[in-house]
Design a binder for this molecule. Structure first.
Ligand code: NDP
Length: 448
């Protein structure tokens, strides 16, 4: 979908100038602007209120030094980030990414996406994101703890249960959240729901670990059913083998699908008989190992170096659950050629713009990340509610709420796409529905 609206073309030029050297952020804004063209025509009041100009500028960006001492007694220095993008509908909310590729542009793209995603969940959460170029891979628990404590020592000045509530993301799991929560509590001398994804013994929510992967399958199932199909008997390829990929595999299997492949940043495994998830969990969650170890336990499976090749495996449904821009035009074309009918995104922005064009041009059912993977943050929102109530809900209660939220997200995307004349384009629907709620709140609150 090309950008034709002159007002948005001019504004995008300003965004490009102001954010030079941040291609992921520009990519995210461009996609949203393309979807919002009919909104500009229909809602001159939002143009008048300067909502479009304001929504692309973060309310606040914090960058800081994170010094810590490694196991050899040597001082290491990383860079920390927190981008508080938009608080129109609630406290800033979004994960913390720990990965060597992290820089300001990655955090801004993720924070921008988070505004619309959080809006779609129906819960009162604004958009934010944080992270660091620290790589937890290969570090000892002691090193990870010292990094997390140093990171939180600065971050604690800027967050709070009613202001900004971070969570996990790539590289930030239960261990890291625990260390960060402990340091926050120690510095502030208060026990509050300042982070989500916490352990169950100190305020975490049941189902949070499973939420993004399960939610992805709940959303995808709605999309399939609305188009006369289902997971039953389908072959599924899932990239990544982290939190999202593991629980997407679990739920897809429970719906009767056969998941045949998983990956990490080194390569991918293929098991024609269907992935044995207990083995993957043992490797990834218990031993923190690499996905290639799977073939030691299952000799009939194969391991191939290089993660991109995973998209050459024929499948009915592809669920990218690793990282941004992992499916390019070439991979999208191979998916189409091999008969893939559905791409639904567990990772954030895993498809390049050219890949998305390929899906839409070939009638692939496309579930965009900001809708399809919103189950994680939705359940974080439910964790915040439980913390405020000082009560814990059962797994079944949280799971039922998550399921209901994912259904309502699909409906919101479907309805908005229809209302704005783009039936079946769930990306446009997600962007429009997510935007409108935030835009109304921004307009109502005046020029802030
Ligand atoms: P994890 O750290 O648990 O797992 C990430 C997985 O993706 C690992 O298998 C990792 O492999 C792989 N990966 C990371 N970077 C790359 C890369 N550059 N190329 C290939 N593979 C890579 O993270 P999550 O599962 O939590 O997150 C995965 C995606 O889902 C991210 O895009 C995240 O933003 C998104 N997401 C996560 C949510 C959550 O609740 N956790 C919520 C919503 C979205 P390796 O071990 O080799 O690095």
């Amino acid at each position: 979908m090309a950008l034709k609206n002159q007002y948005l073309i001019d504004l995008l030029e300003t965004v490009k100038k102001r954010n030079a050297g941040e291609p992921e952020f520009i990519q995210a804004v461009t996609e949203v602007f393309e979807s919002l063209q009919p909104v500009v025509d229909k809602r001159p009041d939002l143009v008048e209120a300067g909502v479009f100009e304001r929504i692309v500028e973060p309310e606040r960006q914090i960058m800081f030094r994170v010094p810590w001492v490694d196991d050899n007694g040597k001082v290491q220095v990383n860079r920390g980030f927190r981008v508080q993008f938009n608080s129109a509908i609630g406290p800033y909310k979004g994960g913390i990414r720990l990965h060597p590729s992290v820089y300001l542009g990655i955090i801004k793209f993720l924070g921008f996406e988070q505004i619309f995603k959080n809006s779609l969940t129906t819960l009162p959460m604004g958009g934010g994101k944080g992270g660091s170029d620290f790589d937890p891979k290969g570090k000892s628990d002691g090193e990870v703890m010292r990094f997390c404590q140093s990171f939180m020592t600065e971050l604690s000045k800027h967050i709070g249960a009613d202001c900004d509530v971070p969570a996990g993301d790539i590289g930030t799991g239960g261990r890291e959240i625990g260390y960060m929560f402990g340091q926050y509590k120690r510095l502030r001398n208060e026990f509050t729901g300042v982070l989500t994804g916490k352990g169950l013994t100190y305020g975490g929510s049941l189902t949070r670990t499973e939420a993004t992967g399960y939610g992805l399958c709940y959303f995808t199932n709605e999309m399939l059913q609305a188009n006369g199909s289902s997971f039953e008997g389908k072959t599924v390829v899932i990239s990544g083998s982290g939190n999202v990929a593991i629980y997407a595999t679990e739920k897809a299997q429970s719906y009767g699908a056969k998941v045949v492949a998983l990956s990490d940043s080194n390569g991918y495994i293929y098991d024609a008989d269907g992935i044995k998830l207990d083995i993957v969990k043992e490797i990834k969650e218990v031993k923190r190992g690499r996905i290639k170890e799977y073939v030691d336990a299952v000799p009939t499976a194969t391991y191939t170096e290089g993660c991109k090749g995973i998209w050459t495996i024929p499948c009915d449904i592809a669920l990218p659950c690793a990282t941004q821009n992992e499916i390019d035009k070439e991979s999208a074309e191979i998916l189409v050629k091999n008969g893939c009918k559905v791409v639904s995104e567990g990772a954030n922005m895993p498809s390049t713009p050219e890949a998305i064009e390929t899906y839409l041009a070939n009638g692939i059912l496309y579930g965009p990340a900001k809708a399809a993977n919103a189950g994680g943050v939705a359940t974080s929102g439910l964790e915040m509610s439980q913390n405020s109530e000082r009560l814990s809900w059962t797994f079944e209660e949280v799971d039922a709420k998550l399921h209901g939220i994912m259904k309502s997200i699909f409906k919101a995307c479907d309805d908005a796409a229809k209302e704005y004349g783009m039936e079946g384009n769930y990306m446009a629907g997600a962007n429009i529905a997510g935007f409108l709620k935030v835009a109304e709140a921004m307009k109502a609150q005046g020029c802030v």
